[in-house]
Design a protein around this ligand. Sequence first.
Ligand code: ADP
Length: 450
Amino acid sequence: MKSIRVFLVVVILAVITLFSFVAALKGYQSSMEQADHLFDEQLLDTAKLIASVYTEGSASNDSHDSSIAFQVWQPDGLLAASYNAPSTAIAPLVHGFDYINFGGYRWRTVAHFDTVNQYWVVAAERTDLRYTLAENVVLESISPVLFGLPLVGLLIWFIVGQGLKPLRRLADELGNKQADDLSALSYGSSSQELQRIVLSSNKLLERLERSLLRERQFASDAAHELRTPISVLKVQLHNISKELPETNQNVLKLAATTERLGHIVEQILDLYRSSPDQYNASLEAINLTGLVREILAQEYSQFDAKNQTLEFQGNDCFIQGDRFALTTLLLNLLSNANKYTPAGGQVNVSTRESGDHVILTVEDSGSGIPEQQREAVFERFYRVGGDRHQSGEPGCGLGLAIVKHIVESHNAAISVAHSRFKTGTAFQVNFPAVQLSQTSTQQDKKKVGK
Ligand code: ADP
């Protein structure tokens, strides 16, 4: 995956480096030209100086300056020369500058005619030495750029990082959204580019939410419409079964299927009613322990029918809750524990306070839920093993989705773990506790019928 930050830093650094080198090259060229001009003038002055100080027969270059060579020519021949000058003419005796090779070096030459003494002075200077200065100037001007490049890179890295911060914040906001959270992105970015992304994303979320609502509304309407014919079907089946022998397998199967159909329709309606956008929770202080006791008493018969041991433990614990929704939540968890625990098994229910939370636990000694499927079971229509559930229990995979909706609307959290039994599942719902004052506790205790 390409990183925008790395890309920008590399491109900006490459551009800066390229421009620095082009600028340095230009600087080098113009420095060389200027140096050429200056050194030429200096060479001509040297030639003139040699001409003016020259006294016949005294010309010898004692300075041992190997960068300069000269010759003094009279019309009848060489009059004098520096020790490093060749025996032949360094350059043609014609006014002006030239380039010549001798002594293993390249030389810049100038020929000057002294009109007073009537002789030619030819002065030469080694080109390699004369350019050293110009090269040093250019190198000194580009070396800060070269050595500063890593620092510039770091600075660009930091600045680009700062520039990309709003993008990261937006990505975080999107990443932290729950799968069913279609609310508009709140991030009011200051950069215009991101404003456009946020705006388009919000429009998309809005469209998505509308279509999801339509879909849910349709499912709920359809389920609602199915209620009446299913009730009629049940009555008709009841009437037919009276006329047929009690053991008629077809009628029994039909009755079971109709029952299941009715259950699915009710679950779909529950799912719709408990979804956060529909559910208008009228939360009140509820003694969860009292409510659990009531429901356990009411549902005891189904555990008894499977010869299961049902145990409850808990002191009064108060939460902000909706009685109807909490009843649905408990019924679903208990029904699952009952369904997925074999006959003779054990189901334990408990409520307890832990810090500022109230924890409801429903655990059983049943088949358990494989660890990798413990999140998926809360999705709609998800069943471990699909339609062919190993327990052979009928179900439509909506119960835990309803439970999840209710948990969310109570600002609670639900988790699944292995139960304390050898096998089995433990569902744990973590509600925020309500700290009631002494008097209100008494009132609420009465309210929940304790
Ligand atoms: P249903 O029970 O109608 O299939 P649920 O949404 O209530 O749908 O449960 C989803 C799936 O989670 C079930 O099909 C079952 O595989 C698994 N499950 C739920 N509760 C338990 C439990 N107590 N023990 C084992 N498996 C369970």
